[in-house]
Design a protein around this ligand. Structure first.
Ligand SMILES: NC(=O)c1ccc[n+]([C@@H]2O[C@H](COP(=O)([O-])OP(=O)(O)OC[C@H]3O[C@@H](n4cnc5c(N)ncnc54)[C@H](O)[C@@H]3O)[C@@H](O)[C@H]2O)c1
Length: 471
């Protein structure tokens, strides 16, 4: 109980409490130094880098947050439960309707009923024990991700959190520190790393089709105004509130995660520094002002997050990344997925591939569809090749990538193998978001991205996502 009291007293559960003093403008000048000291004091050793634990033949899963994402990830567990690889042993939410909906959903494919943790905003804390489950699947609003992941690990469970797993520099460090101390898995569930196109590109890059990769452009561009304004979509409109308190890139990982795989980030290269700029804000406040709801109209003045955030990131090996975030403006969904190499270039949305034939060739056209299909067939990622039939036959989630992601998480745990992404990946991709806010607040100041791996990133090792699990 002392641990639970600490979380409550520490004020970690209210949004105000979670917004770190690090990200406030007055503190940003010394953030690099403060962060370096914090990492030194934390005594990080890299000891959770390729962590594996004893095989768990049937993974007991506790699901926290049964809203849009929680329901969808429960669907992703359907096949794994029926095959005996997993069992949902606990569910938690503050909303009774969502509890009963999840109970019905689970009853359709699992005989045993999960334990229920509900009734108060802190009820989830009682579920954070390896008596209840092996892994905590965290699908709550952002402000609960780090407290829940930390509590899970301290309760001897593994933590698997939705994105972003943290949004302050100190929370990123804390996650790494606790994962090292407890030797528990802590994975950020970045589903776009498992998308067919991204895995195809990864395979081509690793096979040398792109030559030396030098630059990438990625993003999360998704008009979320209607969903954020809808009083019933996000519980208590939690997502909108972040746009009243923070300005920067609030959702880095769908774009950045795959690019970090393309660039061997933490497996031979690392992100070293960034600078970030937010445009003025207009689209979200206009939407609020034009709403029929008087309460929403009044909120128009509260928006502080700029419409378009652009962050430039450098790597130790001299690569550059342009990362954008915009959930305010009306435009089609886009993650850009641009990669530039010395021998090929890819642009996403729609997917276009250019193969370079040398400086004197003079070709300026994307490959014809038939030529591109040849590359797609030749370089289909083995993971997708193996799982696409299963993914197609089951509830897919975002075109199949969610199924592949959940399959890999559960099967790695079944087989006692390291996970595809480790705590350092999630903490670094989340750190970029936190530092983008600090940079914006300090007039686009350059921010150093700290090493939380104790130098492990320098080892050039194959990315675990390329392993066949042979099972
Ligand atoms: N990877 C993806 O493609 C993807 C897609 C959608 C959402 N997400 C992420 O999933 C998370 C949830 O988003 P969502 O759209 O499902 O939001 P949501 O509001 O629909 O769901 C959040 C749920 O958490 C519950 N909750 C809130 N406080 C709680 C507490 N104290 N204890 C237990 N439960 C609590 C809410 O009642 C709600 O049911 C977010 O982090 C979001 O970024 C990821």
């Amino acid at each position: 109980m002392r641990r639970l009291d600490f979380l409550r007293v520490g004020g970690l559960l209210g949004l105000g409490g979670v917004l770190s003093s690090f990200t406030r403008p007055s503190d940003t000048a010394s953030l690099d130094e403060v962060l370096a000291t914090k990492i030194k004091t934390a005594g990080l050793t890299g000891s959770a880098f390729d962590l594996s634990v004893a095989p768990i033949s049937r993974v007991r899963v506790a699901v926290f947050g049964l809203g849009n994402r929680g329901q969808s990830l429960i669907d992703m567990l359907n096949w794994l439960v029926q095959e005996g690889h997993a069992e949902i042993t606990a569910i938690s939410d503050i909303n009774p309707t969502k509890i009963s909906r999840a109970q019905q959903q689970i009853a359709e494919f699992q005989q045993s009923a999960p334990r229920v943790f509900t009734g108060t905003p802190d009820a989830w804390m009682e579920a954070m024990s390896d008596d209840v489950a092996d892994v905590a699947l965290i699908c709550t609003p952002w402000e609960l991700h780090t407290p829940m992941a930390v509590a899970a690990m301290r309760g001897r469970m593994h933590a698997a959190s939705e994105v972003p797993i943290a949004y302050t520099p100190e929370a990123c460090v804390e996650l790494v520190q606790v994962a090292e101390e407890t030797q528990r898995h802590c994975i950020m569930l970045e589903n776009c790393c498992y998308n067919r196109e991204e895995l195809w590109l990864l395979n081509m890059i690793q096979d040398g089709v792109f030559g030396t990769v030098t630059h990438a452009e990625c993003a999360y561009l998704h008009d979320l105004r209607a969903l954020m304004l809808d009083p019933t979509y996000y519980e208590d409109q939690w997502r909108l509130k972040h746009h009243f308190a923070r300005n920067g890139n609030l959702y880095t990982t769908h774009g950045l995660g795959p690019v970090c795989m393309y660039f061997d980030i933490l497996r031979g290269d690392t992100l070293t520094h960034l600078t970030s700029m937010s445009s003025k804000e207009a689209a979200l406040s206009e939407a609020l002002r034009n709403s029929k709801d008087k309460k929403l109209q009044k909120m128009a003045k509260d928006v502080v997050c700029g419409d378009v955030n652009t962050t430039l990131i450098g790597t130790a090996k001299g690569r550059s990344i342009m990362l954008q975030f915009d959930v305010h403006s009306g435009r089609p969904y886009n993650r850009l997925d641009k990669v530039v190499g010395s021998k090929a270039t890819h642009y996403g949305y729609p997917s276009r591939l250019y193969i370079d034939h040398g400086a004197d060739w003079g070709g300026h056209h994307w490959l014809e569809d038939t030529e591109k299909t040849e590359y797609q067939d030749r370089y289909e990622h083995p993971l997708w090749e193996r799982l696409q039939k299963l993914a197609a036959e089951h509830p897919q989630g975002h075109g199949g990538m969610d199924f592949v992601m959940m399959y890999r998480l559960i099967r790695c745990l079944n087989l006692g193998q390291q996970l595809d992404l480790n705590v350092y990946d999630g903490a670094m991709w989340s750190m970029v978001g936190a530092l983008s806010e600090a940079s914006v607040a300090a007039g686009s100041k350059r921010m150093d991205i700290p090493d939380m791996t104790a130098g492990r990133w320098k080892q050039s090792v194959p990315h675990p996502v390329n392993r066949s699990l042979d099972a």
